[in-house]
Design a protein around this ligand. Structure first.
Ligand code: FAD
Length: 427
């Protein structure tokens, strides 16, 4: 008697291995092992664990331009402290949850995706050869937004990143005339606050062209005012209605080179270093077919996180995280939430396909993304300020602990995705 052939694993290809992409990978691993998804509801204390569901064989490939997971949220802290910079980039090979025989991470850059043929191409890091092809059954785009230095590091390897951040931190620490951060959005505010908190000897100034901080955010005035008050409390000198016109290299009284920054209101300031926190990020989606993108390059997802219905094979193409066109301010919590939902919906689809192969019709129970309302948390030294609809404006040291812990959210994200738990043990 011959044995039945093993079912072929479903091939899942994930573009981007950060908050959104990793959330898809680890939650899908759970579900396909018959376990509850780690980001979903967990059994209450004392409640019996759910009986394990049937397993589904999968094969996951993640492709990322970086050689590791980088905690983007922590950048303002990493720019001010070499030890935090060291902590915030973990090579994929060193992430326990990704160690599993059915999961691999490739270091390279996506070049194209053909949803009709279900084939993508990528260029391995450092290669000058033609792109390589990757066949898949399910595709998830999670490549986020492209942001300029110093909003995020530009290095693609951990080793190079440590030089990039270290050079910056040392240049800041020796700034005798101080540092000017330009841009009063969330990133500029946190950059200024972290720098002043970690290097209190420095003169840190934040210049913003408008008369309120966070002027382009759809958030209450009370939140913006509280942010300003707490930022000033850290010792940062805040200059509102100051638009930078130009900076020129000059010599100070001691003959040392520094910068004189001129503002359009006629004032000027002597500093050693200028950090620009004003660049407009753009979605990293040039490898996707233009028909699934809006005019700004965001993926036009449906509420089940799939590509638009008129895209070929749209039921097996998903997008999560910052690159999607959806309501709400771009946040990592939303990216991880979308990743979990996409994993759930992919698993539902796989179950229906597997049931159909046995002649059984099974309706997938998809999760649908709700509208995301404006919400934000900002770290301001020892305190944080936050806003979301139910709570209103909240601030203080407790909020800092709750929103960011003591490492600007690194451990919160790491623990939420359970990246420290061994992926092999759970096989
Ligand atoms: C300085 C700063 C502070 C922030 N603070 C907060 C905060 O306090 N709270 C909060 O909720 N949010 C915060 N955010 C926003 C948060 O970082 C984003 O919402 C989050 O990073 C989105 O996650 P993502 O997985 O969608 O994309 P990303 O984190 O941008 O990850 C995208 C991944 O895709 C890779 N990639 C890109 N293009 C390609 C390609 N062509 N091929 C292969 N790989 C590619 C990148 O290398 C990266 O690893 C902050 C952002 C910044 C910049």
């Amino acid at each position: 008697m011959g044995s039945l052939p093993e079912p072929q694993p479903f091939r899942v290809l994930i573009a981007g291995g950060s908050y959104g992409g990793l959330a898809v990978a680890v939650n899908l691993q759970d579900l396909c092992r018959g376990l509850p998804a780690r980001s979903g509801p967990q059994p209450e204390d004392g409640e019996a664990p759910p009986t394990a569901a049937p397993q589904i064989p999968i094969d996951i490939t993640i492709v990322d331009e970086r050689d590791g997971y980088y905690h983007t949220i922590g950048t303002p802290l990493a720019l001010a402290s070499e030890s935090f910079a060291d902590k915030f980039w973990i090579k994929y090979a060193d992430i326990p949850a990704l160690r599993a025989p059915n999961l691999r991470v490739l270091h390279g850059s996506f070049k194209s995706v053909d949803p009709e043929r279900k084939v993508a191409t990528y260029v391995p890091h450092g290669s000058t050869d033609a792109p390589l092809g990757l066949l898949y059954d399910y595709f998830v785009a999670a490549t986020g937004l492209r942001r300029a230095w110093p909003v995020v590091p530009q290095s693609l390897r951990r080793k190079q990143y440590l030089f990039e951040m270290g050079d910056h931190t040392r240049a800041m620490a020796s700034a005798r005339h101080g540092v000017l951060v330009v841009g009063g959005g969330a990133v500029g505010i946190e950059m200024a606050a972290e720098l002043k908190t970690l290097q209190p000897h420095l003169n840190v100034t934040l210049a913003h062209s408008r008369d309120t901080l966070l002027s382009s955010e759809p958030l209450p005035d009370e939140f913006k005012q509280r942010t300003l008050d707490l930022l000033r409390e850290t010792g940062v000198d805040v200059l509102l209605s100051h638009r930078v016109e130009r900076a020129e290299e000059v010599k100070d009284d001691a003959g040392n080179l520094c910068l004189r920054v001129h503002f359009t209101n006629g004032r000027s300031k002597l500093v050693d270093h200028v950090s620009m926190a004003i660049s407009r990020p753009v979605p990293s989606t040039t490898f996707l077919p233009p028909s699934v993108l809006d005019e700004e390059g965001y993926v036009k997802i449906r509420s089940d996180l799939r590509f638009p219905a008129d895209a070929p094979n749209s039921t097996v193409h998903f997008a999560v995280g910052d690159l999607v066109r959806w309501s709400g301010i771009k946040r990592c919590g939303a990216a991880m939430h979308m990743g979990y939902y996409a994993a759930h919906n992919i698993h539902q689809h796989m179950k229906a396909v597997a049931a159909a192969a046995r002649g059984i019709e099974e309706d997938p129970e998809d999760k649908q993304l709700d509208e995301i309302l404006p919400a934000m948390g900002i770290a301001l030294g020892k305190k944080a300020v936050g806003y979301w609809k139910e709570a209103g404006v909240v601030s203080g040291e407790k909020e800092m602990k709750d929103f960011f812990g003591d490492d600007l959210g690194f451990s919160i994200c790491w623990n939420h995705l359970k990246l420290g738990e061994d992926g092999i043990e759970q096989c």
